[in-house]
Write a protein that binds this ligand. Structure first.
Ligand code: FPP
Length: 236
């Protein structure tokens, strides 16, 4: 008898290939991002259906601020629209929204939609959707070091008490378990400054599919593959 499928508690996704998907079809890059937002809806719903507890999406990196201004503005508008339009749907699906990153870098309208949606969905008990926005893992680690130093200086903790568990509690992700599965679309074999600390023992799954065409069946393929892996965490 086939063994039952193991469902990862936490899935993290590097949503890549929106631009290439659009270029291959002669569309604008922003059309690729809009189609990518459709994939976000489909994957979030599927996570709820199969019982994934946490879904972290790399929606905007600190490096993405180097893109042409028009694309940044369009992406921020898309995010703002998504939050405004999708919040009733998040309520309906019992999704709790959270965000990690330097959120104060975002345009004020985007920040207020984000906080409104986080607040509105805060008592929901289904999937926790964590959007990484203006996120850099290296910055997160530096912020964590500063926060620890601050605690030492104030006498709240002693330097000798610092260990992996304590450091984890000074990261943006302190409320969530580490991801079990990392999915990256568009075939690139890179981590790209995403959750460097948290991905230490995460299983990776890379698919050639571009993010705008990634749907429920693709998520199930990734979960099936994960299910076949044996995680040893360095042991035997
Ligand atoms: C990478 O594709 C994708 C992004 C930088 C943005 C991700 C944003 C979305 C999927 C849109 C909406 C998100 C939410 C949460 C509503 P790319 O532009 O780097 O593609 P390329 O490598 O083919 O150029």
């Amino acid at each position: 008898m086939a063994s039952p499928v193991k469902i990862p508690r936490h899935i993290a996704i590097i949503m890549d290939g929106n631009g290439r998907w659009a270029r291959e079809r002669g569309f604008s890059r922003i059309r690729g991002h809009e189609q990518g937002a459709e994939s976000v809806r489909a994957v979030l719903r599927a996570c709820g259906e199969v019982g994934v507890e946490f879904l972290t999406l790399y929606a905007f990196s600190t490096e993405n601020w180097k893109r042409p201004k028009a694309e940044i503005v369009a992406l921020m508008k898309l995010l703002e629209r998504f939050l405004k339009k999708e919040t009733p749907e998040l309520m309906e699906q019992n999704v709790k929204l959270q965000a990690i990153g330097r959120l104060t870098d975002l345009p004020p309208a985007c920040q207020s939609e984000l906080h409104r949606s986080i607040e509105k969905t805060s008592s929901n008990t289904g999937v926790t959707l964590i959007l990484a926005l203006s996120y850099s893992a290296r910055m997160e680690i530096i912020d964590g070091v500063k926060s620890l130093l601050d605690a030492v200086e104030r006498g709240h903790i002693d330097k000798a008490m610092i260990d992996v568990e304590m450091f984890s509690k000074h990261l943006y992700t302190r409320y969530y378990p580490d991801p079990d599965l990392l999915i990256r679309t568009s075939g690139e074999m890179r981590i790209s400054n995403f959750l460097l600390w948290q991905l230490s023992y995460t299983e990776m799954y890379v698919t050639p599919k571009m993010w705008p065409e990634f749907r429920k069946e693709d998520l199930l393929d990734a979960i099936n593959e994960y299910s076949k892996r044996q995680r040893r965490y360095g042991g035997l």
